[in-house]
Design a protein around this ligand. Structure first.
Ligand code: FES
Length: 164
């Protein structure tokens, strides 16, 4: 009887944790998406960056535009001395239009969705319901900035790494 009660409790507890993971999509994809075999790619050196001046690059492949930017305030996943350097896919999660960086936010001019670069690319206005995929960055001792993985699905893809 006691054993059955413990099993039930364990099952219910496990179900609650699993349910929380599955209902919080951002949390779940933070664990799932970066596990793909992404390649490491140098984007820029920290000395090249100026606050609010984005640098365009492509990641995880040459058909996927992305933006690196120093936003001037600490960001989730931000690197550098001020933790304010972040990178994101530059394709809007609504219908894939190019997004632009403007005064501390990302804007899609097709239908005016807006995304917060300090909060994992959270969408806070417009038609887009998915957050912008954030690119995981690494800074080496020489100040080189590398893209290492991407969290979230790039617009228009079923998997971020296309077959070669
Ligand atoms: S494509 Fe960006 S808001 Fe519609």
């Amino acid at each position: 009887m006691l054993k059955a009660g413990l099993s039930r409790r364990t099952f219910i507890g496990g179900s609650v944790v699993l349910g929380a993971l599955l209902t919080n999509f951002r949390f779940a994809k933070a664990f799932v998406a970066p596990s793909l075999p992404y390649r490491r790619k140098k984007i820029a050196n920290i000395r090249e960056l100026r606050t609010h001046r984005p640098i365009m690059f492509n990641y995880p492949d040459e058909n996927s535009p992305a933006i690196l930017v120093k936003i001037g305030r600490p960001a989730i996943g931000g690197i550098g001395p001020d933790k304010d350097i972040v990178a994101f896919s530059a394709l809007c999660t609504h219908q894939g239009c190019p997004i632009q960086y403007s005064r501390g936010r990302f804007i899609c001019k097709c239908h005016y969705s807006m995304f917060d670069p300090a909060k994992n690319g959270q969408t806070y206005q417009g038609h887009a319901s998915e957050w912008l995929p954030q690119i995981r960055l690494r800074l080496d001792r020489k100040g080189n900035i590398y893209a290492e993985a991407i969290e979230g699905l790039v617009w228009g893809r079923v998997i971020n790494l296309l077959p070669k």
